[in-house]
Design a protein around this ligand. Sequence first.
Ligand SMILES: Nc1ncnc2c1ncn2[C@@H]1O[C@H](COP(=O)(O)OP(=O)(O)OP(=O)(O)O)[C@@H](O)[C@H]1O
Ligand SMILES: [Mg+2]
Length: 210
Amino acid sequence: MSIVAVVGNKGGTGKTTLSLNLAAGLCRRDTVIIVDADPQQSAYQWRLIGDETNGLPSVVAAAQGLEKTVDALRAAHAHVVIDCPPSIKAPQTEHALRIADYALIPVQPSPMDLWATAHIARVVERLRPENPGLRALIVMSQIEPRTTLSRLMPEAAAELDLPVADAGLRRRSIHRHCVLEGRTVFQAGRRGEAAAAEIEALIAEMFDHD
Ligand SMILES: Nc1ncnc2c1ncn2[C@@H]1O[C@H](COP(=O)(O)OP(=O)(O)OP(=O)(O)O)[C@@H](O)[C@H]1O
Ligand SMILES: [Mg+2]
């Protein structure tokens, strides 16, 4: 089983979008549950919208007592995806990083967003003795390929202390539509195909190495 914490030190980078879609992508292979550790409860709200249940993982709200909640869920699920609040200082983020196998850090193509990841790298290193197996990975999020900034980002990100996933997520309006409908890009048919392929590529990069 794996615990994937989706973390960040800035608001609106795409943590919840990545959590929902990653979980939906993993759900096609295995049993998955989303733990919403953000007091804003966006993932939990998303699950209340829409009536679709096929291919959508359940969401458990756990802004309090995160470790206990995850402990209770781990036996019955192959993957637990934890959507964290937008601060590395939030206790939920630190708890998630203590127990996670993976920390995914979505970062928008902006230098300020990249610099904000330096704090995350420091916390990951501080927690390393407690969680030596934690693999932290920056995921480029909301990429706009035609902009210079997006093109320069991989080079700038290479200077950071954290590895950057080869798979990145482009800015695609289908993501916003899907949230409104309580779905993910995996339920959006052909309109969601390109976005779903990006999520699949990330899943393959994380889990398909042997
Ligand atoms: N790849 C994408 N393409 C287009 N829109 C996106 C993408 N990723 C996220 N968004 C949109 O950007 C906004 C912020 O995304 P999201 O809520 O996932 O970020 P967050 O990091 O969880 O925010 P918060 O810090 O408030 O929890 C939302 O409106 C979402 O629909
Ligand atoms: Mg969020």
